[in-house]
Design a binder for this molecule. Structure first.
Ligand code: IPE
Ligand code: MG
Length: 227
């Protein structure tokens, strides 16, 4: 969800106001993905690299995350959305940690769509912790398979992403789901996150529906999307 700072700059506002605008419209975006029956949506809200930002901005983002959960939780729950979390919550303030855990618990029985909040998440760190588990589990070298790693990632119980959307015009994944997105389709849009609305969700999904996914195979062999 990139582009909050630039959105604010363009309006002569403080970066914080861009973050706030970005958080305020999340509900409409989630609702549209749910209407399209997307089973799992992961939101990259705060990366392990974001700790390098000025302390005032970090503090604002942490408070904003808590406030957004407070404001949106009931509506999300009523809409049948299940909240999950990936990333290291130990490093965030206790109050936010408890809020996220309570939200996950409250919505655990919902099955319309899973919204997976990536907060203090880094794709490489996730692979590292999976490998640590693998070693701790005493897995022998011959048994170190892709599946053995995949099932130890924070996303173990979720499907690999089919579509990765990045707003804000940059063409990179910035340590998002680096392992999981190996065969994702990428959709880059210059639209800044606070301007990304339901119509942009539709546009991303239309573009996705036009892609022919081959997974490394050749067309005409069941892998060109025609079958
Ligand atoms: C939001 O956008 C990303 C977060 C870490 C919340 P940015 O804050 O990266 O906005 P730009 O890239 O400066 O426009
Ligand atoms: Mg940015």
């Amino acid at each position: 969800m990139d582009g909050n700072g630039r959105w604010a700059n363009e309006r002569g506002l403080a970066r914080q106001q861009g973050h706030r605008a970005g958080a305020e419209h999340i509900r409409g975006v989630l609702e549209r993905f749910a209407e399209h029956e997307i089973p799992v949506l992961t939101l990259f809200a705060f990366s392990t690299e974001n700790w390098g930002r000025p302390r005032t901005e970090i503090d604002y983002l942490l408070r904003l995350a808590g406030r957004t959960i407070d404001r949106e939780l009931d509506a999300l729950h009523e809409a049948g959305i299940r909240l999950q979390h990936i990333g290291d919550l130990d490093a965030v303030p206790d109050a936010l940690q408890r809020k996220v855990e309570a939200a996950v618990k409250l919505t655990a029985g919902n099955d319309r769509m899973t919204v997976n909040l990536a907060f203090n998440y880094g794709g490489r760190a996730d692979v590292v912790q999976a490998v640590r588990q693998l070693v701790a589990d005493g897995v022998q070298p011959a048994d170190v398979t892709e599946e053995a790693i995949t099932c130890r990632l924070a996303t173990a119980d979720m499907p690999a992403p089919d579509l990765l959307v990045r707003t804000g015009g940059e063409h990179r994944i910035s340590n998002f789901l680096v392992w999981q997105a190996a065969y994702a389709e990428y959709y880059f849009t210059p639209t800044l996150w606070p301007d990304f609305g339901p119509a942009d969700v539709d546009a991303a999904l239309v573009e996705f529906s036009r892609r022919r996914r081959r997974f490394g195979l050749v067309p005409g062999n069941g892998a060109d999307g025609a079958s």
